[in-house]
Design a binder for this molecule. Structure first.
Ligand SMILES: [Zn+2]
Length: 249
């Protein structure tokens, strides 16, 4: 395997690994505890997103720091000994950098990003930095055992809107063929510059922002050696519908 840069459709592509622990299908089935510590996870990437054991908040990793954004609104750097049932990270080396048109809505931003990326068949880590007219997020609520399935656990989440904020979106665009492994399409978390508000991104309107994109050409998947993961049903018939319900709204 050659690891040198290649030109594809006019863009320089380097090989870069996306590391993931746990499966989206595992979360859907209520596997909310993992084996991997945040310390170990950060060894695989300085940029990413995920959640914490017990579904205790949204994770965003920026510049090697994992932030825990809990449903009570608190945001703190996570302890390295905390664990995660699901997280996706990479070492963020952007090859594409662009200023985005002003006043973009999420839907239009998504089309713009489509045009910036080389192909739908690779993974992309993306970072949008700038000011937002508004952004809407939600945050998973810590669950207690016996854990409910994710469609039930996420049913009562509030969608919060933050107006006039500066911050960063950390996201991954994932090919549809990763359905069940990850969240197909765009999965993004937000944290503001003062590290006081954030969560799983539902919708936004940018004011002025810049995007940086890092292609992912390798996927390394870490499957938890836990009784819960080994016994989970990872191929439910309504997988697509469950992902849409829990991640897209
Ligand atoms: Zn999320």
């Amino acid at each position: 395997m050659s690891s040198g840069p290649k030109e594809l459709h006019g863009e320089i592509m380097f090989r870069n690994e996306v590391f993931q622990t746990g499966l989206m299908a595992g979360l859907l089935d209520g596997v909310y505890d993992g084996e991997m510590t945040i310390g170990e996870l950060l060894g695989h990437g300085n940029f990413g997103l995920g959640t914490f054991d017990g579904l205790d908040g949204e994770m965003v990793i920026l510049d090697g720091v994992a932030y825990q954004m809990r449903a009570d609104g608190s945001i703190e750097p996570a302890e390295l000994a905390q664990r995660t049932p699901y997280a996706v990270v990479t070492n963020f080396v952007p090859t594409i950098r662009r200023d985005l048109p002003n006043s973009l809505l999420r839907k239009t931003a998504s089309q713009v990003l489509d045009e910036l990326t080389v192909s739908k068949n690779y993974m992309y880590a993306l970072k949008i930095t700038g000011s937002f007219d508004w952004i809407r997020t939600r945050t998973v609520i810590k669950q207690s055992k016996p854990y409910p399935r994710m469609v039930d656990a996420t049913e009562n989440e509030d969608v919060l809107q933050f107006d006039d904020v500066d911050g960063t979106i950390v996201g991954f665009r994932t090919p549809i063929y990763e359905q069940g492994i990850s969240v197909p399409g765009c999965h993004a978390h937000f944290i503001d510059d003062s590290r006081t508000v954030g969560g799983h991104v539902i919708d936004f309107k940018l004011r002025e922002a810049r995007v940086e994109i890092c292609p992912g050409t390798e996927l390394r998947l870490n499957l938890p050696l836990t009784p819960e993961f080994s016994a989970a049903n990872l191929s439910p018939e309504d997988l697509t519908e469950q992902i849409s319900k829990t991640e897209k709204h």
